[in-house]
Design a protein. Structure first.
Length: 393
């Protein structure tokens, strides 16, 4: 018997602006579903409307057009009415149900970013991490409060759940009380863009950013407290002066929130050239940075998966990662794993990766092999299997 093709409603709000980790994940899912033989129809949900599928054609999908039929006037009118939140939820439910009814069945809604839109059909909810719950210092207070207000309804609506690591699945059971049998573990993967890039193809990016091949330590993420950048900088400062000067710490990522890298130590390092804040870097340039760094360091305090770890490995970088939360699971034995609160351990790992050529060579080879075990074809197959389980419930 032929398995029916699925119609998928995919939450895509994260495609509206510059891509964070969730945005990159969502873009990759949408891009692969668009031509997948098991998918009969795909709708990208953003705001109260949908996005055109051709927004996925951009080489660097950092932004997307405004949603079609977003209903901005209706939202503004609702905002002035007492009880507007309940009215808006009912309005969104009607709109999404109407979109679903126009598609060939079976229809499933997948929300990749924790808080689901109201919908009467099968809903699969991805929980990427529980950082807002385990430590309120990891997010602005208003953001955490917003999540907590909306989370109960989202959990109640979900037919099944997706976790991007076994670590996060355990957190979901422990913190949220979700039965383990309702959770499907679906790891992420690096896109095909992430591969070792020869120096000749990396030179323009390095020149623009004032970096030299094999002459910088790289880290990647939005600047925020849980990424542990101040402790990474303190560890980098423990390197011998000459080594630190030859291998500055370069951080690629947009401004986030909190006091990350805003103290006197960071100011001194910036003035000395030992710290380089690169800002947001497009994926094409990020490949060059991963490929030409002397080491990639990611001692984050809390991660649900740690996608930069596997991207760096796919480009052949020697990786240093936190042994805790999900990064240890993602990195396996292909990285130097460190306790993220231990500046001395991070500094020792940095020096080893930079100076010990045999270790660096081993890490590069092990990382490439490790990254090859994570593919988007497998990720999408597991997602589709989760959706079919939800439809069968």
């Amino acid at each position: 018997m032929t398995t029916a093709k699925l119609s998928v409603l995919l939450g895509a709000d994260s495609l509206l602006g510059r891509r964070s980790g969730v945005g990159r994940m969502t873009w990759q899912i949408a891009h692969m579903l668009r031509e997948h033989p098991e998918i009969g129809a795909l709708r990208l949900l953003a705001g109260a409307g949908t996005l055109p599928l051709d927004c996925l054609d951009a080489a660097e999908p950092d932004s997307a057009p405004a949603p079609r039929d977003g209903g901005a006037g209706s939202r503004e009118r609702l905002g002035r009415v007492p009880g507007a939140a309940a009215l808006r939820a009912a309005w969104l439910r009607r709109r999404l149900n109407r979109v679903a009814r126009a598609l060939p069945p079976p229809v499933v809604y997948h929300e990749p970013n924790l808080i689901a839109r109201p919908f009467d059909g099968p809903t699969v909810l991805t929980i990427n991490d529980l950082s807002w719950r385990v430590d309120r210092g990891f997010h602005p207070e208003r953001r955490a409060a917003w999540i907590e207000r909306r989370l109960p309804g989202s959990l109640a609506q979900a037919t099944r759940f997706v976790s991007i690591s076994s670590f996060t699945a355990g957190e979901m059971v422990r913190e949220l009380g979700i039965p383990r049998e309702r959770i499907d573990v679906v790891p992420l993967a690096p896109s095909a863009l992430f591969r070792p890039l020869p120096l000749g193809e990396s030179a323009a990016t390095l020149s623009r950013l004032g970096l030299s091949a094999g002459g910088f330590v790289l880290s990647v993420s939005t600047l925020e407290p849980r990424k542990n950048f101040d402790r990474l900088l303190a560890a980098h400062a423990r390197l011998p002066d000459a080594l630190r000067a030859r291998h500055p710490l370069a951080i690629a990522g947009g401004a986030g929130w909190g006091s990350a890298l805003k103290g006197e130590r960071a100011e001194r390092a910036l003035r000395a050239g030992h710290l380089r804040l690169l800002g947001h870097v497009a994926d094409a340039e990020l490949v060059a940075l991963y490929s030409q760094c002397s080491a990639f360091a990611f001692p984050s305090l809390y991660e649900g998966f740690g996608l930069p770890v596997i991207e760096a490995m796919a480009c052949g970088a020697p990786v240093i990662a936190a042994a805790t939360t999900a990064t240890g699971e993602t990195a396996g034995d292909a990285a130097l794993l460190v306790e993220p609160l231990d500046e001395h351990a991070i500094a020792d790992a940095l020096r080893t990766a930079i100076e010990d050529r045999a270790t660096a060579h081993r890490l590069r080879r092990a990382g490439l092999a490790r990254a090859a075990t994570f593919t988007w074809e497998t990720t999408i197959a597991r997602l589709i299997a989760s959706w079919r389980r939800a439809l069968a419930t």
